[in-house]
Design a protein around this ligand. Structure first.
Ligand code: XMP
Length: 332
């Protein structure tokens, strides 16, 4: 423990919780100064997924050093509908960031073709991301720093030995950079508060948890493009309907899953041999356990109607009633 305490930064006991816009502004001012002092006139690289942590780090660095920050957004083909577009719109168009957008959909989906095992899928997705990010990093000149959206729970998990924290982004040895981790002592709610104060949209700052392997772990078994599209489209409908019903502010995590099985149905008076779509909506505090959200029946009916009529390949909709345990939140 003593060794770990030296290795990782520890949040001081008296550090004030950032829970107001004024405290967030103060934190931003301090960090802008600290970042400028740390990086001087050098360039900084960031893998910008569009998740809360990397988005807040990007916005903070853009404020501090503008175009000395180079952000790389890799579209692995497993993102939710509209996500890459939002990253480009917010960071390139609105914040004038130096953003490299890599559409690596084909690379990922070709690599994943035929891979059924969930752990293999996760590994392939993680490894391919590092390959692509390293390739982009090698093309750039004069990068001295790597910015990361490490947050305090990541550090706590590393100290407790629960999860190894990729301090270096997992990059190969010839691409070791000095780290810039401006939110590493913050809890998630504080990162969100800072994001709001930096002017990031609520759809980015207040978003639900989303797994690194993305929709890949919701397209059960070997991923095919048509079934992945069914996951993406049904997820978009679920998110739209939850927002209309105000459930997006209430429910902790909600998504759709499409397993690799088919059943007989009827569409346009013809036999339809298609997949079912499973809706999952859970409430949790720390993801260790989860309870089911009691979605109103009228909304379930509407979701069923929209998904079966609007999403090609889906002829049934099911609601997963399993809490965690016995289910995990994701299906893979
Ligand atoms: P489970 O399925 O284990 O999920 O009950 C708990 C929480 O973790 C998320 N999750 C992941 N996040 N990489 C991630 O970054 C992953 O491989 C992964 N698997 C699950 C899940 O969405 C839920 O919030």
């Amino acid at each position: 423990m003593a060794k770990d305490r030296r290795k990782y930064d520890i949040r001081p006991d008296d550090m004030q919780r950032i829970n107001t816009p004024a405290l967030a502004d103060k934190f931003i001012d301090e960090q802008v100064e600290a970042i400028r002092e740390q990086v001087g006139s050098d360039r900084v690289l960031l893998a910008l997924s569009g998740g809360v942590d990397s988005s807040v780090v990007a916005a903070l660095l853009i404020k501090a050093i503008g175009k000395q920050l180079v952000s790389v957004h890799v579209n692995n083909g497993l993102l939710r509908k509209g996500e890459p577009e939002q990253v480009i719109d917010v960071f390139r168009n609105k914040m004038d960031a130096d953003l490299i957008y890599v559409d690596a959909t084909d690379r990922f989906l070709d690599k994943l073709a035929g891979v059924e095992d969930p752990e293999k899928k996760r590994k392939f997705i993680g490894d391919e991301f590092i390959n692509i990010f390293a390739e982009e990093a090698k093309k750039l000149e004069g990068i001295k720093f790597l910015a990361q959206g490490t947050i305090y729970p990541d550090i706590l998990e590393s100290i407790k030995g629960i999860k190894s924290h990729h301090n270096d982004g997992g990059l190969p040895d010839d691409l070791k950079f000095e780290l810039v981790e401006p939110v590493k002592l913050l809890y998630k709610d504080e990162v969100r508060e800072v994001g709001r104060a930096l002017g990031l949209p609520s759809s980015m700052v207040d978003r639900q948890p989303f797994p690194g392997p993305g929709l890949g772990v919701r397209c059960i078994g070997a991923i095919t493009r048509d079934r992945l599209e069914a996951v993406r489209e049904s997820d978009a409908i679920l998110r739209e309907e939850f927002a209309l019903a105000g459930l997006d502010k209430k429910v902790w995590q909600y998504f759709t899953v499409v397993p690799d099985i088919k059943s007989t149905g009827i569409k346009n008076d013809k036999r339809a041999w298609e997949w079912p779509c499973i809706i999952r909506a859970v409430n949790s505090v720390d993801a260790m356990t989860a309870e089911i959200e009691e979605i109103p029946y009228s909304l379930l009916k509407k979701l069923c109607d929209r998904i079966t009529h609007e999403v090609p390949g889906i002829n049934r909709v099911l609601y997963d009633l399993s809490p965690k345990p016995t289910g995990t939140i994701e299906w893979e």
